[in-house]
Design a protein around this ligand. Structure first.
Ligand code: ATP
Length: 508
């Protein structure tokens, strides 16, 4: 039997496992934590690096027309004026004056409670998969308390950005349950400001980048001038981004410091962008599946035309079934030539490229696949987290927690166990194999405790393969036992077979 915890409990269990086994810790925990910031521990940093390396290898190194870049986090402030971030990068927020809690207005839902045609109150709820149910229950309570006879009209939730001024005082705060303390929605700047240089005045204001993409646009000309590229081509970058999110939540799903893996794919203005967009969407889905996400857990959210930014031609988000609901994992946007034209205008530098094929000169259009590293980690953890039942050393069936990571991204690729730790010949042979494998992969050596318990410890951190050195190894044919984490099946393999198998599974 294989089961997932209920979605409510699943996030808590993942957070608990991440802390306990050294994947992810709340930042600054000894000082009580710091909301919206997380640190990656010994296993977390391996998982993170493996995901980034897999992306880099598949998107940059194994493709002929994508170049890599690593630009600075702090860039000339004019870049953010040109890109529109200084004026426009904000979210609507609403404060509860009583509890001092702050909500993103587009994540706070409310509805009037109407009985027999008369509005007798309002309900509010913070966005969650069960929001409709919660709101309906609250509405029924209001009706009961008001002892109002008649039919309760259906509860139609709207987000708080759609509230009217006369409703601000009527909508209850989700924190207190009482109306009167919510402010009107206000725009809240998401970019972190800092000061660069010795002066502390306005001229010194700079920003921590809220996306890596603008570093790509700012370097587009440098890369074109290297002569290495011709249309269509892409520039890829992995790096930190910072957003002063109003309500960081859901663990690493929405944090204030996170990392992005972005590509700007430059195409001719006359290219068949719809087909290219579709190809990128498929490439992105295939990549997510290649690192272990079930295809069925990924859906496409096509942004309706009337909700697109004025410069955007189309955007499709790849959505994943996270423990807190189906949410955006990867955005794939067709941004036209807006960004390059803005930088051309603000910098005075030409952003045109000469296309040998068509003998035309133009400012290219872009397709932008933009993925969060941290959201990918949460998706991978969600997909991998499994509880099943297997027999222990004594044959008694017990529940077991395991992370079914793909060997490609698993933090520890294999664990090497001497059957007994007090038999020098077993230990020596196991150590020799450990040292050999360690030269290529992150492997782990464990000699302590019953073999079953050693397997369990590795299952819980998602190590796909267990290799045991026993008496047959040293006395008979040199073969070792290779155990599969998911099926618990064991088979004997020679060292050459083992290495070939690991190569295929891990590096494949
Ligand atoms: P959302 O609507 O969830 O705030 P967004 O549309 O603002 O996301 P983009 O600006 O398109 O996100 O950023 C590209 C990707 O970067 C997202 O798909 C996501 O994977 C990641 N990302 C964005 N904001 C955050 C954040 N605060 N924490 C973690 N990852 C993020």
């Amino acid at each position: 039997m294989t089961a997932k915890a209920s979605s409510d409990g699943l996030m808590e269990e993942i957070v608990g496992l991440c802390k306990r086994r050294g994947f992810i810790f709340p930042s600054s925990e000894i000082y009580g934590g710091y909301n919206g910031f997380y640190d990656y521990g010994p296993l977390g940093v391996e998982l993170r690096n493996n995901i980034k390396q897999a992306w880099w290898r598949d998107m940059v190194q194994r493709r002929d027309n994508i170049e890599g870049l690593d630009s600075t986090i702090i860039m000339h402030p004019d870049i953010w004026k040109a890109s529109g971030h200084v004026d426009g990068f904000s979210d609507p927020m609403v404060d509860c004056r009583e509890s001092k809690l702050r909500y993103r207005a587009d994540q706070l839902f409310f509805a009037p409670v109407i009985v027999a045609g008369e509005t007798i109150g309002y309900v509010s709820v913070v966005e969650c998969p069960e929001q409709q149910e919660i709101a309906e229950k609250a509405a029924a309570d209001i009706k009961r308390k008001a002892a109002k006879q008649g039919t309760l009209e259906p509860i139609v939730l709207k987000d708080y950005t759609e509230s009217k001024p006369e409703e601000y005082d009527l909508v209850p705060s989700p924190a207190t349950g009482k109306p009167g303390s919510l402010t009107a929605p206000r725009e809240f700047k998401l970019m972190f400001e800092t000061k660069v240089g010795p002066l502390a005045d306005e001229s010194a204001v700079a920003y921590l980048r809220p996306e890596t993409a603008q570093g790509i646009f700012a370097n587009y000309k440098n890369i074109v001038d290297t002569g290495r590229v011709k249309i269509p081509f892409g520039i890829a970058q992995i790096g930190k981004a910072f957003r002063n999110e109003i309500t960081p939540r859901n663990f690493i799903f929405r944090s204030r410091e996170f990392e992005q893996m972005e590509i700007e794919y430059f195409i001719s203005p006359s290219a068949d962008w719809k087909t290219l967009h579709r190809e990128w969407i498929d490439t992105c889905i295939d990549w997510l599946v290649s690192i272990g996400l079930p295809r069925a857990s990924i859906t496409e959210d096509i942004h309706p035309e009337d909700k697109l930014a004025f410069y955007s031609r189309a955007t499709t988000d790849l959505m994943f079934q996270f423990p807190h609901g189906e949410q955006e994992l990867w955005g794939i946007a067709c941004r036209g030539d807006y960004d390059l034209k803005q930088h051309q205008e603000h910098s005075g530098k030409s952003m045109t490229i000469f296309d040998e094929a068509s003998k035309e000169k133009f400012v290219p259009h872009v397709i932008e696949p933009s993925l969060g590293v941290d959201r990918t980690i949460l998706a991978v953890l969600t997909a991998a987290y499994t509880i099943d039942e297997v027999p222990n050393d004594k044959g008694k069936v017990e529940p077991r927690t395991l992370l079914k990571f793909s060997p490609k991204i698993a933090p520890v690729k294999a664990a090497i166990f001497p059957l007994l730790k007090n038999k020098p010949e077993l230990v020596e042979r196991a150590q020799a194999l450990y040292k050999k494998l360690q030269r290529r992969w992150n492997v782990f050596y464990d000699a302590s405790g019953a073999i079953g318990r050693r397997y369990r410890r590795q299952d819980e951190i998602g190590t796909p393969f267990g290799i045991t050195i026993d008496f047959d190894t040293i006395e008979k044919d040199g073969t070792v036992t290779l155990r599969d984490r998911d099926t618990c099946e064991q088979r004997r393999v020679t060292e050459d077979e083992l290495i070939q198998f690991l190569e295929e599974q891990i590096d494949g």
